[in-house]
Every structure is written in C-alpha cells, then in structure tokens.
Design a protein around this ligand. Structure first.
Ligand code: MG
Length: 259
C-alpha cells in the first residue's frame, strides 16, 4: 500500500495511492494512519489534483546512518565503520517532494545523497534484528542533503546535515516492500550520478534497527536513513535532483539560489 500525505490547499490529509479507471487517484483516509490505522472516507481525488507533502513528519527524529555502502565510504576516503555511524537530522530539516532545496549561505559544496528511508511504525526499544520487521511502518525515498565542506570543518554534523530543507522525503510511504535488494538511482538534470543496490548496504536494515534501538527509543514516525551508494556529488542552484528506488517511486526536488 502506498500512503501519501497531501494538500489541496487545505490542511494536510493522508490517503492511499491507487488506480481508478486508469487514472492515479488518492483514496482519502481519516486522520494519520500511523496512529489511527487505515479508515477510508470514501472520497477520491485524482493524484494530479493534489500537492504531495513529506509523507511523514517525524515527531522526534530522523536518524542518519553514515558510510553504509563500502564504495561510498571509499570515494570520500573513509573507512567502513565496524558499528553503524549514527547521526541526527532534526525534524525541521524534513521537506516534501517538489519542495525547493534552498542553497544555504554557509556552504560552497552542497551535495545530494540518494537513500532508502525506513519509517518506524510503533514505539520500541531493544528490538532484536529478527523482530525488526514488526516495528517498520514502511519505506520512502530520501535525499540526505549534505554541506560537504562544513561536514569536514564542523566538529559535529548538525549544520552540515541538519539545516532546513536538508531532508526531502517522498513521494509516499510504501508499506509492502522487500527492501533487501532494490536498485537506487539518482539523477541530476536527467544525468545518472548514482546507481546502486540496497543489497550493498554494509549494515542491513534489521541490524540498523537493532543497533539504534539498543540505545534510544524509536517512536512512530521516526525515520532512519540507511546510507547512500557511491556517486555523491555537488548540486547547484537550478539543478533538478531525482532519486528513484525500485518498487517505491521517485523523489524530485530543485535547488534554489540563496540570492
Ligand atoms: Mg547519507
């Protein structure tokens, strides 16, 4: 099931994305499915008539995982860590599909990182890897936007990874997906710059959930970014960046000048 969050110029609502008479439509849901389950209102709206929003607004945290693809760690001259390298992006960094990424004044090297994102579905702590599937609500696509120069010069990555608009999510949450071996591609202005497979993750999703939940409680709506494959590079004002995960969808955002 594909669950979208959307607006028709009113308050954000949720819906299930599907087909009706050959047209993509959203079947509207009552409330937030993370907390209220799936209750259809009966209203259907053509997908073309809505504006999709970030499919989830994390109440507490976006957890980032660094250097989780060996070829990406190597391209930046880093070792693969023995344990997952965990960082945070604040929920204020989350933005939606189609929203602009504002190029901040504090960086001269803004980079895309195409990633598969895991959305947590229930409060949990100390989750064994073999039980991880039970706490997953679904999956979406993320751009772990990074100010690469500030990542190197700042002692912590709060600014380099956590600025407003640095976590585009979307286009929706797919609840029925085997994430273990999916193709992930990133394009900049239509040119393929990343082309990897989730099977190349060093630490797999169940292990990431087991590790992160071993030291902090995960809440419904928390998001875990699972790392990026090789091919990271700059994005500049005017560039359109699209990240596609097989079986899930495409997240597209445009970089906008700070001037
Ligand atoms: Mg990343």
């Amino acid at each position: 099931m594909r669950i979208a969050r959307f607006t028709t110029d009113e308050d954000p609502r949720f819906g299930v994305v599907g087909e009706a008479d050959g047209v993509s439509v959203i079947a509207v849901i009552t409330g937030d499915p993370l907390y209220a389950g799936i209750q259809l209102t009966g209203e259907r709206i053509p997908l073309d008539d809505v504006r999709l929003l970030a499919p989830v607004l994390p109440r507490s945290k976006v957890v980032g995982i660094g250097r989780n693809y060996a070829a990406h760690a190597a391209e930046l001259g880093n070792e693969v860590p023995d344990e997952p390298l965990v960082f945070f992006k604040p929920n204020t960094s989350v933005t939606g599909p189609g929203d602009p990424i504002l190029y901040p004044s504090f960086t001269e090297l803004l980079s895309y990182e195409g990633e598969l994102a895991v959305v947590i579905g229930r409060i949990c702590k100390d989750v064994p890897a073999e039980d991880a599937a039970r706490v997953i609500h679904g999956y979406t696509v993320a751009n772990d936007v990074t100010a690469r120069d500030r990542q190197k010069t700042d002692g912590q990555w709060s600014r380099a990874k956590g600025a407003d608009g640095f976590c585009p999510l979307g286009p929706w949450i797919e609840t029925d997906l085997d994430p273990s071996d999916l193709r992930l591609t990133t394009t900049v202005n239509g040119e393929v710059v990343q082309d990897g497979r989730t099977s190349d993750m060093v630490h797999k999703i169940p292990d990431l959930i087991a590790y992160t939940s071993s030291f902090m409680t995960l809440l419904p709506g928390d998001v875990i970014l699972t790392g990026t494959p090789e091919g990271v590079g700059p994005m500049n004002p005017g560039d359109e960046v699209s990240i596609t995960v097989e079986g899930l969808g495409t997240l597209t955002n445009k970089v906008v000048s700070r001037d």
